[in-house]
Each structure stands twice: as structure tokens, then as C-alpha cells.
Design a protein around this ligand. Structure first.
Ligand code: FE2
Ligand code: FE2
Length: 165
């Protein structure tokens, strides 16, 4: 018989799924502000969009290294196809992001085409995670490996402890 029960969230910290959602919101803000400044304040926009790129790559790496394996190991038989789909979308996001950032680094006057392509795939992906994956992580994690997972994610993405509401 297992003695493991749900992990109580550390006071002051949001549930893990909510913190991942908050990281989506943080990245969205960097994206929106960077694009809004692209025509008029190019150097600042470039800094913001590089920060967006770095944050997004870190975010999806954390999901692949930590969240997806944990979810697959503990979820039901329906979880594997979802993870497969999310991984395929990550591949597409990385390719679109590379194309978009190439244009940023070249100072392309209009980022619209590459930006729309990335935004479309990212929006659908984030919506899927927020609807199907993250709620699962809000219900409480196992003691032991769950606590370790929570600690590692917090250390990697850092930002999600004070989510915007
Ligand atoms: Fe993702
Ligand atoms: Fe995500």
C-alpha cells in the first residue's frame, strides 16, 4: 500500500499548473510589448524579443524534461497521445521561433508574416496545455518526486510564484 498522499503546496506559492500558466502570460507580455515597439524603438524591442525567445525556450525545455515525463508516468492511458501532440507542437514552435528571430536579428522592417505564423501555433498550443495539462498539475503532486519536480520547475522558470490575476 502506498503511503504517498497529495503534496500540500508551499504557502506563498501557486499550484504548479497555475505557475506555468503565469509563465505563458509573462511571455505573452514580452511578445506584445516587443512587437509594439518594433517600428519606433527597435533596440529596446530587440532586447524584449530576445528575452521572449530565451524564456520560451526555457519554458518548453522544462515541460519536456520535467512535466511531460511526470504526467506520462502518473496519468491514465489517454495521456500519451496528448504528450505526443504537445511534443510535435514544440518542434513546430522551435522552428517558427527560429524563423521569427532570424528576422528580428536582421532588422526586417515587418515581422508580421513570421510573427503571425509563430503566434498561431503558440496560441493553440498554450490553450491546449492550459485546458488539458496544467489543471492536472493543480490538483496536488505526490510527496517525494512531486516535491522535487515542483522545486526544479520553480528553479528553472522562476517567474511563476506571483501570478497575475
Ligand atoms: Fe508547451
Ligand atoms: Fe507551456
Amino acid at each position: 500500500m502506498s503511503v504517498e498522499g497529495p503534496l500540500k503546496e508551499t504557502p506563498g506559492h501557486s499550484p504548479l499548473g497555475r505557475r506555468m500558466e503565469s509563465d505563458h502570460e509573462r511571455l505573452d507580455e514580452l511578445w506584445d510589448t516587443g512587437l509594439a515597439k518594433w517600428s519606433s524603438e527597435r533596440p529596446q524591442a530587440t532586447v524584449l524579443l530576445r528575452e521572449f525567445r530565451d524564456g520560451l525556450l526555457r519554458h518548453i525545455q522544462v515541460e519536456e524534461d520535467l512535466l511531460f515525463p511526470y504526467f506520462e508516468a502518473r496519468g491514465g492511458p489517454g495521456e500519451r497521445p496528448l504528450v505526443g501532440l504537445l511534443l510535435d507542437e514544440h518542434k513546430e514552435i522551435r522552428a517558427m521561433l527560429q524563423r521569427f528571430m532570424d528576422q528580428v536579428e536582421r532588422g526586417t522592417p515587418s515581422l508580421e508574416d513570421a510573427g503571425t505564423a509563430l503566434r498561431n501555433v503558440l496560441w493553440a498550443h498554450n490553450t491546449r496545455e492550459e485546458g488539458l495539462l496544467y489543471p492536472w498539475f493543480n490538483d496536488g503532486l505526490d510527496v517525494g518526486t512531486g516535491a522535487e519536480l515542483d522545486f526544479q520547475v520553480r528553479a528553472e522558470i522562476g517567474s511563476g510564484d506571483s501570478p497575475r490575476t
